[in-house]
Design a protein around this ligand. Structure first.
Ligand code: ADP
Length: 507
């Protein structure tokens, strides 16, 4: 009989390339911290292992110190020493690995985008497991994330379980299947994995290039639990259109694959305590929200003539995934409909950045439009607080955080029904959705017509029935968006997997 232990109390170790707020590039960093905090609150022992990057926000780490013991790990035919540091981030115990390797893997001034990323992170994955083995830890769950630490799954079963680190079940979360980290098969040998054994169609071989190995595929094959960041995205990636080449693998392993919607950190994103804002507010005091709208208009030199002119915000990386052509269209359409538009975004793609710089110049002194083409944490808080609506016309979106942050700040999301947006934004005009869940405007087709219909319905509601709009804002701001529900789903997966392993050991 499979019986779950009565007290949860699991020992969970996350091995990841990011952790908010000290080493964050995107949603992955938020998930590692948010999920860990929520699991810790539920009584589990949660530890995190990340690389010791030179470019981390060291001021957010408490009690950082180096351990006396040095951990030796294998790479490219020899052993390298690693200095191990410990510290506390947001109340969570974190281990930082500093490889004493001549290539200075994490001393590059940036987190990713280096020519040897495959090497850097396969090295790190192995060193993290070595740390667990040598410190004698016996975790119940080792949770790895995205391609950078996907190596943990095959390394664990092929090398570390036989060495005695055999207490754990492996959970892998993919935050975006667009990034799979493929490389020539021979490169896998550096971290000690057996290329002959693993470069096979049912193991790590890339589904489209047979001389390449695919770490994400390897983690899907070799993990006990595989998750992604929303239920709809989990379905989409099982189709040929959405799976980025991995749909057949995911279908083969569908029994262990689920989508769990991310939460947001409701302490960090809270308009009632947000120290970036001059005027804090809550759902019971929307005067404060109006004050933020006035303030940003003044700050950015937009017209303040009409307080009731709807303000549409857009806060995003400007990459094709986010529907950049639809963002551009929404900007012009907002102007035609008599609204104001604020875009905060930056692009790693030069031609997109140039195109938006062109638009920004065109509207430089315009009364109703401003484009701010950079990454700016503080300004993002101001725009969430000031805007009446936030537009998110993504082509695909594994989970998406901005729609949830917008809700928390009383900005009504206008989103394309894809991935996590489909699981968190529910149309106000859709009568099949219970009233208390209706929280935004949605559209299905990734085209201008789709954007128009949703934007026009939102504008008409805002202008023609201000009282009902205020009620909508009030309701949306009260929605539970924290990590607790998602953490309990992860906990359930962990417990079931641990129970299955125990039952198997007893048989
Ligand atoms: P992704 O991880 O694909 O970029 P998400 O919606 O999951 O998209 O997360 C984006 C996060 O980054 C949000 O917290 C959003 O506020 C923030 N963000 C995106 N662009 C900017 C920017 N230009 N300035 C400040 N914050 C930004």
């Amino acid at each position: 009989l499979i019986s779950a232990p009565s007290s949860p109390g699991l020992h969970v170790v996350h091995i990841a390339a990011e952790m908010a707020p000290v080493a964050k590039v995107g949603g992955l960093g938020d998930v590692v911290t948010g999920l860990s905090k929520a699991l810790q609150k539920r009584g589990h022992l949660v530890e995190i292992i990340i690389p010791k990057y030179d470019c981390m926000q060291y001021d957010r780490i408490l009690d950082l110190r180096a351990l006396d013991a040095v951990v030796e790990s294998y790479f490219d035919g020899r052993l390298y020493k690693n200095k191990v540091w410990v510290g506390t981030i947001d109340g969570l115990p974190v281990y930082f690995i500093e490889p004493l390797h001549p290539d200075k893997f994490f001393w590059r001034g940036q987190f990713y985008g280096e020519h040897d990323d495959f090497k850097r992170f396969s090295f790190f994955s192995r060193a993290a497991l070595e740390l667990l083995l040598q410190s004698g830890k016996k975790p119940d769950i080792i949770h790895c994330h995205d391609w950078q630490t996907a190596f943990v799954a095959p390394l664990y079963w092929d090398l570390y379980a036989p060495k005695g680190l055999n207490s754990a079940r492996i959970c892998f979360t993919c935050h975006n299947f667009e990034y799979q980290g493929t490389a020539p098969a021979s490169e896998l040998a550096s971290c000690g994995l057996d290329v002959q054994e693993l470069n096979r169609p049912d193991r790590m071989q890339d589904n489209s290039a047979h001389d390449r190995i695919n770490p994400v595929k390897g983690a899907v094959v070799f993990s006990n639990i595989v998750t992604t960041v929303s239920p709809t995205y989990a379905q989409e990636v099982r189709t040929a259109e959405g799976g980025k080449g991995l749909h057949s693998t995911l279908n083969l392993h569908s029994k262990k694959f689920v989508g769990i919607l991310n939460g947001i950190d409701t302490d960090e994103w809270n308009p009632a305590t947000d120290s970036f804002l001059e005027v804090q507010y809550s759902s019971n005091d929307l005067q404060g929200k109006a004050a933020n709208k006035r303030a940003i208009r003044k700050q950015l030199g937009l017209s303040s003539a009409n307080a009731l002119k709807p303000m549409v915000g857009c806060i995003t990386r400007l990459v094709p995934q986010k529907g950049v052509h639809l963002i551009r269209h929404a900007l012009y359409r907002t102007l035609e409909l008599g609204g104001q538009f604020l875009l905060l975004g930056s692009s790693p793609v030069p031609h997109i950045q140039r195109e938006f710089e062109g638009i920004a110049n065109q509207f430089q002194n315009h009364d109703d439009i401003r484009l701010i083409l950079k990454y700016d944490e503080s300004l993002s808080h101001h725009i969430f607080a000031a805007s009446d609506m936030l537009i998110i016309p993504s082509i695909f979106e594994p989970c998406g955080l901005t729609q949830m942050i917008a809700m928390r700040y009383g900005s009504i999301p206008i989103a394309r029904k894809t991935g996590g947006l489909n699981d968190s934004v529910f149309d106000v005009d859709d009568e099949t959705i219970p009233f208390q869940f209706q929280n935004g405007y949605t559209f299905s087709n990734a085209d201008e017509q789709g954007v128009n219909t949703a934007l026009e319905r939102a504008f008409s509601h805002y202008k023609n029935d201000p009282q009902s709009w205020q009620q909508l804002v009030h309701r949306v701001m009260s929605i539970e968006l924290g990590w607790a529900p998602s953490a309990s789903q992860y906990e359930e997966l962990y417990l079931k997997s641990v129970a299955r392993a125990r039952a198997a050991r007893q048989n």
